[in-house]
Design a protein around this ligand. Sequence first.
Ligand SMILES: *Cc1c(COP(=O)(O)O)cnc(C)c1O
Length: 352
Amino acid sequence: MVHIPMVKPIIGDEEKSAIIEVMNSGMIAQGKKTEELEEKFAKLCGTKYAVAVNSGTSALHTAVHSAGIRPGDEVITTPFTFVATANSILMAGAVPVFADIDEETFNISPEEVKKKITKKTRAIMPVDLYGHPYDYRAVREISEKYNLRIIEDAAQAVNAELNGKKAGALGDIGTFSFYATKNIMCGEGGMLVTDNEKFAEESRIFRNHGQTGKYQYGELGFNYRIMDLQAAILLEQLKRVDWITERRMENAKLLTKGLDGVKGIYTPVIRNSAKHVFHQYTVKVDGFRLSRDELMAHLKNKGIDCTVYYPEPLFAYSHLKRYKNGNFPVAEKVCTQVLSLPVHPSLKREDL
Ligand SMILES: *Cc1c(COP(=O)(O)O)cnc(C)c1O
């Protein structure tokens, strides 16, 4: 029977030799490979600085801290995302304030953000969900008016663009994840990018125990360092990033062509001048002859993996319940409609 998986990381001979090279050097922790990776990643994003860390979650936590968010500050974010987005705000002792999303792109709605601003708001944390950049122009207008920071969770959007600007560079700080299922990966890893020298400097200190000089500690920090072993894998993945992106975009195009006109299946929307990198290819099932869950069971029976990202808005989870502040008709509705289908670069035409 056919089996079509949701993900298949690309691990070639290049990644394997890169690891052996680092092993043979005897220096496997954070060092030269990490520096080289940061340089190349900043170039990819068109930012001045990049700081590598050991996960996407630590990148977010580091970004929140470096942007000056402190206990009690409010950060406006989306409830329709992976839990780490909101958790990073809690890690800094700050308060996540949810704003509802846009029904077509699934990204935070600028109109809803406006409604959630208070005297305590310090930042907005949009997510480039599924690989589609958020509407940075509208969010930027709000942040300028209220003097807020923008921390962009670009974990799913490496190489995505809006108006020719790269995801991650669409706010004050952007973060990425290199978890095994992400578009480029090293098992576990993360990165933050910024044009702000102070934020970059703060981030380097924060990832290394708050150390400002040899055994000098200015503040609480963490051990969020990445290893050169991981950086070496990522340097090889970076060489593949355009190929991976193009495959995903082509696969998405083919899926949309095939599904076009099927009653009750709504294919992904791509905004004008956006480059959607399809970390997930997510359709909405609404008025189809099977329910979303029946369709999912049917596909799985046929050996076709598919997943619901995400089954609940974040405020449905016990540690985030107390942050539910109002109604979220769109987030609550799309949780019952979305279904993500395989779109990864190793799919064959007949799979698609
Ligand atoms: C993957 C992901 C993260 C967390 O990254 P980890 O590397 O797993 O810590 C954060 N936000 C979003 C939107 C993600 O998809």
